[in-house]
Design a protein around this ligand. Structure first.
Ligand SMILES: [Zn+2]
Ligand SMILES: [Zn+2]
Length: 288
C-alpha cells in the first residue's frame, strides 16, 4: 500500500496499514438504527463497504521526533503472533505491519518505543514474534509503553476473555515477563514534541499521542473514535467501549481541543488524516 506521510513541524508521521476488514453496523453499533448511517454513507463513501458495514482499517503509525523512532500500536498481527484474535474474531485476516515497515525503509530493530494506545486485542497483535509464550518481542530494541489502568483491567484470566477467548497471554503478558513493558500512571512527555495523554472511556487506560512541533499540532487518538461519523455523533456507543459515558465525554473534550488548536487528527480504524470542521453548528471530519 502507498504510504501516507504527514509532517507536523519537524515530526514525521507515516501510516503503516496493517489490515482491513468489513464491520457490520449492527454488530459494532447495535443501538444505532441503520437509517442513521445514511448521511455518513454519502459523506464518507471511502469509510464503508456496501450499505451496511464500516471499512475498518487497522492502522499503525511510525513517528520520528528528535532522533527517536516510535511505533504507535502493533495492529492485528498474524495467526502466528495473535492466533485467537486473528482466527476467532477476524476470520483469518492477517496483518502485514512488518512488510509495511520494511517498505517504508525501517527494520524492527530501528524502533525505540512502541506506544500502545490501549491494550485491546487488535492493537497489540505484533507485540511478540510468536504465541503461547514462544518467541520474543518483535521490536527487540524497544520499550513498550501503555497505561497501567489497562494492565489492571485485563490482566486476569477472566478479564482477558471478555471477547470469548484469551489474547492477552500471547501478546501483552509476555512483554512483562521479558521486562520491556513500561506502565504509565498518566500523562507522559516522550520528547519535547510528543506527549501521551489519557483519553479514557473506550478502555480505562486509553491514551492518545499529542504531537506539537513548530506551531503545528496533531493528535493520534487510537480508538477514541470508530470512524468519521462519530466526530459528529459523539453519543453513538461503540459496542466495546468499556465506559460509554466517559467515552462520549472524552470525544467531546478532544474535539474541543482539536478545534482550539487546529489539530490534524487520526484514528486507528479509519484511513488517513483529517481536521474538525463545522457546518451549521455541527462538527464533521474533513479528510486532509
Ligand atoms: Zn479498542
Ligand atoms: Zn481497535
Amino acid at each position: 500500500m502507498l504510504h501516507s506521510t504527514l509532517t507536523v513541524g519537524k515530526v514525521e508521521i507515516t501510516v503503516l496499514h496493517d489490515a482491513e476488514v468489513a464491520s457490520p453496523f449492527s454488530q459494532s453499533f447495535p443501538d444505532v438504527p441503520a437509517e442513521a448511517w445514511e448521511p455518513y454513507l454519502k459523506r464518507y463513501p471511502e469509510a464503508f463497504i456496501g450499505g451496511d458495514s464500516r471499512r475498518t482499517h487497522f492502522e499503525c503509525y511510525l513517528v520520528r521526533s528528535q532522533g527517536r523512532t516510535l511505533l504507535v500500536d502493533t495492529g492485528l498481527g498474524t495467526g502466528a503472533t495473535n492466533p485467537n484474535t486473528v482466527n476467532q474474531m477476524f476470520g483469518g485476516t492477517e496483518g502485514v505491519l512488518l512488510t509495511e515497515l520494511e517498505s517504508a525503509g525501517y527494520q524492527p530493530g530501528d524502533i525505540d518505543t512502541v506506544f500502545l494506545t490501549h491494550l485491546h486485542l487488535d492493537h497489540v497483535g505484533w507485540n511478540m514474534t510468536g504465541s503461547g509464550g514462544i518467541g520474543s518481542p518483535t521490536f527487540p530494541n524497544a520499550r513498550y509503553v501503555a497505561h497501567e489502568a489497562d494492565w489492571a483491567a485485563f490482566n486476569t484470566p477472566k478479564d482477558s476473555e471478555i471477547f470469548g477467548f484469551d489474547w492477552w497471554a500471547d501478546t501483552v503478558a509476555p512483554l512483562r515477563k521479558a521486562g520491556v513493558l513500561d506502565l504509565m500512571p498518566g500523562e507522559t512527555e516522550l520528547t519535547s514534541e510528543l506527549t501521551i495523554t489519557p483519553t479514557p472511556g473506550h478502555t480505562p487506560g486509553s491514551m492518545s499521542l499529542m504531537i506539537n512541533s513548530g506551531g503545528e499540532t496533531a493528535f493520534l487518538m487510537g480508538d477514541v473514535f470508530h470512524g468519521p461519523a462519530q466526530v459528529t455523533e459523539t453519543d453513538w456507543v461503540f459496542r466495546f467501549d468499556m465506559d460509554s459515558d466517559q467515552a462520549g465525554r472524552t470525544r467531546r473534550e478532544i474535539l474541543d481541543r482539536a478545534e482550539r488548536e487546529n489539530a490534524v487528527i487520526a484514528i486507528c480504524h479509519h484511513s488517513g488524516f483529517g481536521r474538525v470542521i463545522r457546518e451549521n453548528g455541527r462538527r464533521y471530519w474533513q479528510a486532509l
